[in-house]
Design a protein around this ligand. Sequence first.
Ligand SMILES: Cc1cc2nc3c(=O)[nH]c(=O)nc-3n(C[C@H](O)[C@H](O)[C@H](O)COP(=O)(O)O)c2cc1C
Length: 176
Amino acid sequence: MSKAFAPYDLAGTRLAHRIVMAPMTRSRAYGPGLSATELMATYYGQRAGAGLIVTEGTQPSAVGQGYPDTPGIHSEEQIEAWKKVTGAVHERGGVIFMQLMHTGRVGHPSLMGLTPVGPSAVRAVGQVYTHQGPQDFVTPHALTEAQIAETITDYAIAARNAVLPERRPQTQADRG
Ligand SMILES: Cc1cc2nc3c(=O)[nH]c(=O)nc-3n(C[C@H](O)[C@H](O)[C@H](O)COP(=O)(O)O)c2cc1C
């Protein structure tokens, strides 16, 4: 048997084979809450035969959004909505991991009502696709050191949100 079709132990997660679906933004989290939709559950469920699915890039915070209708994993509504997707994949025996994606300065106020952020107030050259069509990148807000620390925390919280509660590793805070 070709090695590609042999099972693989990914740090304790058993993959039935080694063919992995790459993360692909689909822009289907329609609606103001930017939550996973039924269409997304159908789409990922249909691909549960992959050894591992990596989801489309998912923003860990509102300001991390860089494309229209991309899903988030930072609100309660978003966490609940993703369970439809993971449920559809798990029901068919699949494995799904989330890609967290903060797009930094490659965003636009018309997408998220916020000024994108970056390490410096330097505008990227080019355009971003928005609901109003392509628009020039804007000058981002330069993050302060405290805001960089908050962004790191946003990632950590989002990573935890992406794991089903019963599978989350306990933290010191959980143990009391
Ligand atoms: C429609 C589309 C959406 C994509 N969205 C993402 C994404 O959300 N995150 C990411 O890391 N890569 C994204 N990519 C890149 C793919 O994951 C992949 O790296 C790319 O297609 C090259 O694959 P290859 O090296 O196997 O040819 C996207 C690609 C496509 C075609």
